[in-house]
Structures are given as structure tokens and as C-alpha cells.
Design a protein around this ligand. Structure first.
Ligand code: ZN
Length: 301
């Protein structure tokens, strides 16, 4: 073999080995383990992780079962999380009819029987199920966290239990809780003000995740997907009719669900509008809720 060809081959081989090594180490580091000196908290969804971190600060370590970009209406999670779950100090569940929890909470608790479970929905009045329909089977609209007023109750639920687990740091948790409750009050005022001048209070959304939000801020949520089932030709047709009736030329979609987009696009196109993404599962709750208020204000007349 020619010398230069040989050198080239060796270089290629080295690159292949390097890539393989990096891939192995990436998988290795992804299999996280808990820090020794923190309260180990597992939650279902990202916004709850934000809430736990707001209250617990550097005294907690939090992981979520549902990865960023995934939907709580599926039951997928990384199996590697089960080991961390088995060593967790506390689980923070939404406590509503989130499909993921309905399917898996029993297994999670069996895996770590001494683990206390914080039910975020304690003290929150549940609205009827998805969209305008009654969802008896699943006991109400699951999306409680998308109202800042509910978020305040959730924060208090988390705070009470963290204090019970770690009473030595009561002052720390109480201070953090009060600070964040103030921020949630400011957020509530911001949303109220941002939407105050709007006379058309109808919003068109693909998945009915903004029931509590709409209830709080006097909006009418029109969902295309009702009761968690995909849109049919008939529901698409009636959504187009509604959009025309209320003069709505946009459809809100969540960034998590790819499959919504084509149908939403169809309806938006029929009314000369566009799809607008708003995120029901934010990493940073307050920033994102402000962005949602702005997005809604921009579309409403
Ligand atoms: Zn949902």
C-alpha cells in the first residue's frame, strides 16, 4: 500500500475510534447518579421541577421522568431513570389525570415503597375534562399547572412537604417560597393586564391544555382535539366553522406534538392564518407564562 494512502486510512480509523469513544462516554455520563448531600426529588413534568428548585434551591436535586420534548399523554421514559427513582427521597406528582401518572405511579411507588409522594393537586379545584366535554373517566382537566393561581397552591404543597422532610432548613424554604409566591402574583397581574383590553376572548388551540388559564383570565378555549383523541374530519370541519365564526386566524399548538401541526396548519390555512407555538411544559415557568400571555395578546383582537 502507498504510504500516503496508509496514512489516510490510519487517520480515518483514528477518527472512527474517537467518535466511538465519545459516544460511549456520552451514554455513560447520561446515566446520572444522585449527589450525596441533597434531597433527591423525582417529578413527572418539567414545570414541577422548576417549582421544586424554586423552593428547594441548592438543597434539592431534581429529575423529571418525562424528558424535554416528550408529552405526559404518552407513557415513555428512559428506563435508566428507574434506578434513580428507586433511590429517591420524594416524588412530586401532578396528581390529576395525566396519562403518564395514571399508567405508572403504582409501579413507581412499588419500586420505592417508603418514598413520600407530594400531590400537587391538593387543594386545587379541578375543572371538567379536556375541552368542553365532560371527562368522567379521567376525573377532570389534568393541566392544573398552567394557571399561576394554581401554581401558588402547588408551591405551598411542595414547600410544606420539603419542610417536613428537612425541618432544619425551614427558614430557607419559607423565604424561597415567599419570594416565588410574590413572583407568581406579579405574573398573574402581568397576564391580567396584557389581556385586559381584548374584546374577543376566544382562543383556538389544538390540545386543550389551557382550561385553567382560560378560566382564570376569562377566555374561552376552543380545542380541536377533544378528550385526548385525535381530530377527525368532522371535528376539523367544525373547528374551521368556529374559527370563522369567532374571526380567529391562528391555531395555538404545543411544541411537543408534531402530529398536531398538520391538522392545525390546515385549519389555520382555511382562515388565512398561521400556527403559533405555546409551550405547556416549560423549563422556566414564569418566563414562559409571560411569553404565552404575549402570544395570546398578539393574536386576540
Ligand atoms: Zn395535555
Amino acid at each position: 500500500m502507498e504510504q500516503s494512502k496508509k496514512a489516510k486510512l490510519i487517520a480515518i480509523l483514528a477518527i472512527v475510534l474517537l467518535v466511538a469513544a465519545l459516544t460511549v462516554s456520552a451514554t455513560y455520563f447520561k446515566r446520572k447518579t444522585w449527589a450525596d448531600d441533597k434531597i433527591r426529588v423525582v417529578t413527572t413534568i418539567l414545570p414541577l421541577a422548576d417549582f421544586v428548585e424554586q423552593v428547594g434551591g441548592n438543597k434539592v436535586e431534581v429529575i423529571t421522568m418525562i424528558a424535554p420534548g416528550d408529552s405526559p399523554h404518552t407513557v415513555d421514559f428512559a428506563p435508566s431513570k428507574l434506578e434513580m427513582l428507586s433511590q429517591a427521597d420524594v416524588y412530586v406528582k401532578v396528581g390529576t389525570s395525566v396519562d403518564f401518572e395514571l399508567a405508572l405511579m403504582g409501579d413507581f411507588e412499588a419500586l420505592n415503597p417508603d418514598m413520600p409522594v407530594i400531590d400537587c393537586s391538593d387543594g386545587i379545584m379541578l375543572l371538567d375534562g379536556e375541552g368542553d366535554q365532560h371527562d368522567d373517566e379521567h376525573g377532570g382537566d389534568p393541566h392544573i399547572w398552567l394557571s399561576p393561581i394554581n401554581a401558588k397552591t402547588i408551591i405551598e404543597n411542595i414547600s410544606d412537604r420539603l419542610i417536613a422532610i428537612d425541618p432544619e432548613n425551614t427558614a430557607f424554604y419559607t423565604q424561597n417560597t415567599n419570594d416565588y409566591l410574590d413572583q407568581l402574583d406579579e405574573l398573574d397581574e402581568y397576564i391580567e393586564e396584557t389581556l385586559s383590553e381584548k374584546t374577543n376572548r376566544n382562543i383556538m388551540i389544538y390540545h386543550p391544555s389551557f382550561g385553567y388559564f382560560s378560566n382564570e383570565y376569562d377566555l374561552n378555549q376552543h380545542a380541536i382535539e377533544i378528550g385526548g383523541s385525535e381530530a377527525t374530519a368532522k371535528t376539523l370541519e367544525s373547528s374551521i366553522r368556529l374559527a370563522r365564526l369567532y374571526d380567529l386566524n391562528y391555531v395555538f399548538v404545543s411544541p411537543q406534538s408534531e402530529k398536531d401541526r398538520d391538522n392545525a396548519q390546515l385549519i389555520a390555512a382555511e382562515t388565512g392564518g398561521q400556527i403559533v407555538k405555546i409551550d405547556p411544559l416549560p423549563v422556566n415557568y414564569i418566563l414562559n407564562m409571560r411569553a404565552i400571555a404575549n402570544a395570546i395578546a398578539q393574536e386576540l383582537k
